[in-house]
Design a protein around this ligand. Structure first.
Ligand SMILES: [Zn+2]
Length: 735
């Protein structure tokens, strides 16, 4: 109970004190413990409505039998005398809530109706509920209770300690079996992108999705039934026009044991992960199959992924109102966590800043930090997810139906900006609890708004574009052997500084060696014959000279090939040849690169800049500077003037290095149909930033870097937001 003094009396009491209400017949109550406090859940089975009451409130409600007046019942629970008895304002609130939930019946005079209906939040919730029913309609199709009762022994044995151990073994084994196949798992992920691109396969995947989600819902239903809850409704709901199964397992709310409620919430995931494990085994088992087997293998992979990854991403996350939210709510023993977190956190402002007298009981001290934390994280997170979905829709919609995107954008603005402004204004201007405190409350709010506006308008921060890059020496030479042969000598080490012409490797090719010596011998023979002919038979001189010329040509070619067996540094620089010391005896193949010689006195950073960022940089003229960070020395920032940056006018779809693609941990999606790993799915602009090496930069082949182009040193947040929104609109129009 709160330490705050609560007003015992209410000036509206006269309106309710003579009422003789009673709980609707058939309303069932059950007892629960939350954080050591006793609570009661009142359920109306006909309308499937629930309401939670505190112990004191329930003692009061229990006295309402249709003959006693509200005033008599209040006196009986202790009225103004007992400390933990509900106060008059609390009694009005309890009655309002039960009335709104349709759980009490009474002959109410009109003025009392108005009072009880004043419970605005409940009304607002109802309005929201109606909106939700339009946006996410639910169509009940099946009453699974008889089926669950018939099969109860199966669920009882599965959802038991032994079943739990079996589940852990199966899912654990699946994970253990999958881990060694990690590479294959990633590869299958890439292949599956192509798999779902065809229409009939997409239909197949959707059916698999629906089947898995049906199993998920059966998980909730079976767990609920296993602990004694009735499950009477199963059907189809629409998630943004996307049909998916649902189940109504809300009877679990009446369970006394919180772990049973948590298990019902987790039941969907428990069943789904079991299915995922089963398909993981199938996937491993059929991994080498061909033909139809390969397609089946791909199918197993996708089912495994849907049943594991999606459930973990969406269902466990308690910041969205999926299973994880209800599990957390039960675990923390804070029912209606989202609403109450909001009430409590905003209540902190109302009580401490606006000095509003608080008539509602406060949550237990241990629950309060959780509520503030939950409110501060879940609100922004939901706004973020909302805008991400909006952006996704904006970019995916064909241009002809762009109006849908615009409408959605306006709806989002209304929800995330318009509604809070409207409700805050309404609260400040009309809320009765602000009586005689209205002026300071408005002053506080205006001060806060002024601060926020001031910060976003006058606080200026740099305008930047960031992109990933790869570092290469400006002067780099790949060593491609021109001849073929066995490596016989290794004269240089990895990392060694070389001068142009220094020998790195010597290879042997006996055929070439004997070819050279044979040609030398033939040449010598021909020259001997030439001298003889010049002395005796002058007519032979011409043909022999021609022969010498032909042999010399042949000799030069062969000698050149022979010389190429000795591999030399083409430029001054450092040898990059990891593992060169183990190359003795290896076969040199013509045209296959074996090493690099790099001159790291100047490095070039190649940044992959996206189209819209490129436009922003172009629009700035040459008034920008560039900051570069190397992945290997992240704390050091190099400032490079614009003069050292080359901005190409043309876009490209080939990355300078595969390290820039998402396949190697970069930021840009590669073109999956290409095997080089450097073709990109989108076109980029390749910025070159030349950086003289003062000796501190350490070149690592394929090293990633981060490039930040500072376009304008200072601009307010408002202007920046305005510019990016403008750009987004332009981007969707020029598509
Ligand atoms: Zn679920």
């Amino acid at each position: 109970m709160s330490l705050q003094p609560r007003p015992t009396f209410s000036e509206s009491w006269y309106r309710v004190q003579t009422l003789k209400p009673r709980l609707r017949p058939g309303a069932q109550t059950s007892r629960q413990f939350y954080r050591g406090e006793r609570w009661y859940v009142v359920r109306d089975p006909a309308a499937n409505q629930y309401h939670r009451l505190s112990d004191a409130a329930y003692r009061f409600v229990g006295l309402l039998d249709g003959n006693r007046t509200v005033s008599e019942a209040w006196e009986l629970v202790g009225g103004q005398l007992a400390d933990d008895a509900p106060t008059q304002p609390e009694v009005i609130q309890i009655l309002s809530q039960l009335y709104a939930a349709n759980l009490i019946e009474t002959n109410i005079p009109p003025d009392a109706t108005i009072l009880l209906r004043r419970h605005k939040k409940q009304q607002l919730q109802k309005g929201k509920q109606r909106l939700m029913n339009v946006l996410f309609p639910r169509i009940p199709l099946w009453d699974p209770d008889w089926f669950l009762k018939l099969t109860i022994s199966i669920w009882k044995s599965f959802l038991s300690p032994i079943g739990g151990i079996i589940w852990l073994i199966v899912v654990g084994t699946a994970i253990a079996v999958l881990l060694p196949h990690w590479d294959r798992l990633v590869q299958a992920g890439k292949d599956s992108l192509q798999f779902t691109s065809s229409f009939d396969k997409a239909i197949l995947m959707y059916l698999a999705f629906a089947a898995i989600k049906f199993i998920h819902e059966m998980g909730h239903a079976a767990t609920c039934r296993r602990f004694g809850g009735e499950v009477h409704e199963m059907g189809i709901m629409f998630l943004v026009l996307f049909p998916a199964p649902y189940v109504d397992a809300s009877s679990a709310w009446t369970f006394q044991n919180k772990w049973h409620r948590i298990l019902v919430g987790a039941g969907g995931m428990i069943f789904e992960l079991f299915v995922a494990a089963f398909f993981a085994f199938l996937w491993i088992f059929t991994k080498d199959a061909g033909g139809f087997g390969a397609a089946f293998n791909m199918f197993c992979y996708n089912v495994m992924l849907i049943a594991s990854v999606t459930t973990v991403i969406f269902n466990i996350n308690p910041l969205l109102r999926y299973d994880g939210y209800y599990i957390l709510s039960d675990f923390l023993e804070i029912p209606n966590l989202q609403f109450r977190s909001r009430e409590y956190t905003l209540g902190l402002i109302k009580r401490h800043l606006f000095r509003v007298k608080w008539s509602q009981p406060l949550p237990t001290p241990s629950a309060r930090p959780w509520m503030v934390f939950y409110f501060l994280t879940s609100g922004p997170y939901r706004v973020f997810v909302g805008f991400m979905i909006l952006l996704l829709v904006l970019y995916q919609l064909p241009a002809e139906v762009q109006i849908i995107g615009i409408l959605m954008g306006m709806a989002s603005l209304a929800t995330f900006i318009g509604m809070p402004i409207f409700s805050t204004t309404k609260y400040l201007l009309t809320e009765p609890e602000l009586h005689r405190k209205r002026a300071p409350a408005i002053a506080w709010t205006l001060a806060f708004v002024a601060l926020a506006l001031g910060l976003t308008t006058f606080w200026r921060v740099p305008v930047t574009v960031t992109s990933q890059a790869v570092v290469l020496p400006t002067n780099l030479s790949n060593l491609f052997p021109a001849a073929i042969g066995y490596i016989s000598e290794i004269r240089a080490q990895d990392g060694q500084e070389l001068k142009q012409g220094d020998v790195i490797l010597v290879a042997r090719n006996e055929e070439l060696e004997s070819g050279v010596s044979q040609l030398e011998a033939r040449l010598r023979g021909a020259q001997v014959r030439l001298s003889a002919a010049m002395a005796s038979d002058v007519s032979q001189v011409g043909p022999i000279r021609d022969e010498i010329k032909a042999i010399t040509e042949q000799y030069n070619t062969t000698k050149k090939q022979f010389d190429e067996l000795t591999i030399r540094a083409p430029i001054d620089g450092k040898l990059v040849a990891p593992g060169i010391e183990n190359m003795g005896g290896a076969w040199l193949e013509a045209g296959k690169p074996i090493a690099q010689v790099i001159d790291d006195r100047e490095l070039t950073v190649f940044a992959a800049v996206r189209q819209n960022d490129h436009e922003r940089i172009e629009a700035s003229g040459k008034q920008y500077r560039t900051q570069v960070r190397f992945a290997s020395d992240f704390m050091k920032v190099y400032d490079v003037p614009a003069a050292m940056t080359e901005v190409p006018p043309q876009a490209t779809t080939t990355a300078k290095h595969h390290a820039l693609t998402t396949q190697s941990g970069g930021a840009i999606a590669p073109d999956m149909s290409d095997s080089s790993g450097r073709k990109l799915a989108e076109s980029i602009f390749e910025f070159k930033v030349r950086m003289p090496n003062d000796g501190t930069m350490h070149y690592v082949p394929g090293q990633r870097a981060f490039v930040r182009v500072v376009i304008r040193d200072k601009e307010s947040i408002v202007m920046q937001t305005y510019r990016s929104v403008l750009q987004m609109i332009q981007a969707t129009q020029t598509r």
